[in-house]
Ligand binder design. Structure first.
Ligand SMILES: Nc1ncnc2c1ncn2[C@@H]1O[C@H](COP(=O)(O)OP(=O)(O)OP(=O)(O)O)[C@@H](O)[C@H]1O
Length: 269
């Protein structure tokens, strides 16, 4: 873990945080189901700035994963516009990476082979990739585990591998669907701190889905609060807690206030 984060490649994001990178306007997603059309997202408009950490929170079924799939170009929208850097976002792109709740690792490939897979698929330079992947292994705290196989790792370690793999081809945008949701509280907190450390060192734009309001407040610059049936954006909450964030911040009145504001928007109180 002796990697110097300052030496990792930085995007221009850290210098241009106020520019809208992703813009969604009147986005609607209607699924055809056996019982008729289902409006999963209804008229959702937003922008996401370059280098920003945005979380999507809301109860089950409010369309968080649907919105993330649209952002990843994995689903076709029914109405509205969605752009990245002004270009229509209607298909998967190498500059957008996706990470899910459970690490989908190939069991017959070693940790290092799993991490190197996206770069190999994209035909990136093998030597540069090998060096980068070694650095990433250290970055996620798995130095020395490159030759292990996924079934030899704990759940937290597998998510670390997935995080390294997500970063391997250096996408500008990280879409994360409850990436640490299946981990125990302690490992989850550690992973959140690691993620913030990596995010602040690399300037990636992160869109993070979670059910956990406290986690969203702790991590984010802004929290998009969504309500279900049909999925709508109830509001956007600016998180004005200072950075870098420390777990002790969760004791502060401002943290609790923000959590309660969001709970209120969701009608939890
Ligand atoms: N492929 C699909 N076909 C039909 N309906 C779908 C499909 N994917 C999602 N839905 C429906 O769209 C709505 C939104 O689902 P989505 O998974 O986006 O919600 P979510 O907020 O991510 O939920 P959760 O927090 O439980 O993961 C739900 O009513 C769901 O049943």
């Amino acid at each position: 873990m002796a990697l110097d984060l300052a030496q990792l490649p930085k995007t221009e994001a850290q210098d241009s945080r106020h520019r809208a990178l992703i813009q969604g306007s009147h986005l609607t997603k209607i699924y055809a189901t056996s019982t008729g059309p289902l409006v999963a997202l209804d008229d959702v408009s937003f922008d996401i700035r370059e280098g920003e950490f945005v979380s999507l929170v809301g109860p089950s079924g409010c369309g968080k994963s649907t919105l993330l799939s649209l952002l990843g170009g994995l689903e076709e929208r029914s109405e509205g516009t969605l752009t990245l850097n002004g270009q229509d976002l209607d298909r998967p792109r190498p500059d957008i990476g996706f990470m899910l709740q459970t690490a989908v690792l190939f069991p017959w490939r070693s940790v290092m082979e799993n991490i190197r897979l996206p770069g190999a698929i994209l035909g990136l330079d093998r030597k540069a990739q090998a060096e980068r992947c070694q650095e990433l292994l250290e970055l996620v705290g798995l130095a020395g585990f490159g030759d292990r196989y996924p079934n030899e790792l704990s759940g937290g370690m597998r998510q670390r591998v997935a995080l390294a793999r997500l970063l391997a081809h250096d996408p500008d945008v990280l879409l994360m669907d409850e990436p640490f949701g299946a981990l125990d509280e302690f490992t989850r907190e550690t992973m959140n701190l690691e993620l913030l450390r990596i995010w602040s060192a690399t300037g990636k734009t992160v869109v993070f889905v979670t059910h956990n309001i406290g986690e969203a407040v702790f991590l984010s610059d802004r929290v998009f609060v969504m309500t279900p049936r049909p999925g709508r954006l109830a509001g956007v909450v600016e998180i004005d807690l200072p950075r870098p964030r420390q777990t002790e911040m969760m004791r502060e009145p401002r943290y609790s206030e923000l959590v309660f504001d969001i709970r209120h928007m969701l009608g939890v109180d």
